[in-house]
Ligand binder design. Sequence first.
Ligand code: ACO
Ligand code: ZN
Length: 477
Amino acid sequence: MAKEISSVTDPRAMITEGCRLPVKMYNCDEWPLAEILNIKRDTEDGIASFYVHYVAYNKRLDEWVADARLDYDKMQMPSAVKAREKGADAKSLNGSRPPSPEMKPATPRPPAPPRIEKVPIVEKIKTEIKVENGAPPVGPKQQPKKKKLKAEGGIAVDVIVSQDSQESNQPPTPRQTGSMSTHHPDDVVTRMKNITMIELGKYRLKPWYFSPYPQEMTNIPVVYLCEFCLKYVKSSKCLERHLVKCPLKHPPGNEIYRKQSISFFEVDGRKNKIYSQNLCLLAKLFLDHKTLYYDTDPFLFYVMTECDDRGFHVVGYFSKEKESTEDYNVACILTLPPFQRKGFGRLLIEFSYELSKFEGKTGSPEKPLSDLGLLSYRSYWSHTILEILVDMKPSENGERPQITINEISELTSIKKEDVISTLQYLNLINYYKGQYVIVLTKEVLESHMRAMQKRKLRIDPKCLHWTAKDWSKRGKW
Ligand code: ACO
Ligand code: ZN
């Protein structure tokens, strides 16, 4: 009898998918709360392994763990989890919702800052404020406080905020078609990583997320990719055979940029469909918030490579709709993991804005941005805008230099909303004597200068050989 009771209450016997409990994280001493997504039992010895998602962390940290890493004492059954979430939801209706897990800091990865769409945006005009077409960068109820202007050791620039900056309050509509669209349902299959490892050129990469490679690629230790055409095969032997006959030593399409070892190839998703699909499959391994589709026709892919005597090796890419009704200049962007944190992401972003400058347009990345996407864009926008402000000279009569949001936007091709959200994020806009003034403090200037000195890789517009096509005038993409 006693034994029966203990088996009913033994958490080891009760553990199922949906249970939550502390789990020891790989390579560190932390035991964050995790949800069991899947359980696999060895048919011979019955030993179980568990696929866990750390609740407050990005999905790329999800992993298979052994029994010894679970803290059963604090296990919550799925019903308890649901009841707790219901309670939390009810609370949220009263306006006190806890931050969603995706918004929580994802240490040891960087914390996810608030999403761009949630940054308060410019609204109404205050008539007594002396602004050209004026719209202050605060909501109507938040009256701007008069602050004492301080710029010791720094620079002050008048900023003239334009009226039509308010249009950005509309949340962007996620695209549902194309090579990748915004990811919605979190079903059991796509919630779990399905590829163990890929080999690409001289690198072995551990995927972060699910990608819809064919079933036969999912139960093998390594998927081998041709680093030039991105074809995937099941074994190194197959790859060897493929490499003998593969004609490519660079991505297909036109090389539209080359400076030193860095090149960009423009690949048309309609003309090079197989390559584009293979690129999307590869990218999806590191992109969480997109679902992959096979319609690559409406996209161009800008593939960045590094060249050596063996060929042009892919470093990263971004895709771009041939026609975007929302002024998106990037759909998806990726630096392959071995090349991350070396300035290549920033280079890709800079290139995307150079294309927009050639087109005479402003642009913005497709939303939602991932946590790393937002960090990279914030960093790029901040430094690009600061570069302009720092270079501004006082007028001849010694007055503070003046610039409008529109001018910053035109000079950089960064969409107005992103200019405003960046200025707000950097907390640079001050209200002084009826004017909006950007005050660049000594600290901001110094940190900007430090970042600029680190920034070795830059796009050189002179090396871009490209003419923008007007896709709306073409019968077919
Ligand atoms: N931790 C902290 N800050 C980071 C990190 C990180 N892991 N990665 C990027 N940043 C920030 C930093 O501010 C960095 O500047 P710093 O090096 O001076 O500190 C800045 O971003 C740019 O860094 P790069 O080295 O130029 O960027 P990277 O080559 O690593 O590429 C990218 C950034 C493309 C976002 C990369 O992390 C990636 O491919 N991630 C996976 C796919 C993804 O999330 N793509 C964006 C999706 S959103 C969209 O597609 C529109
Ligand atoms: Zn090949």
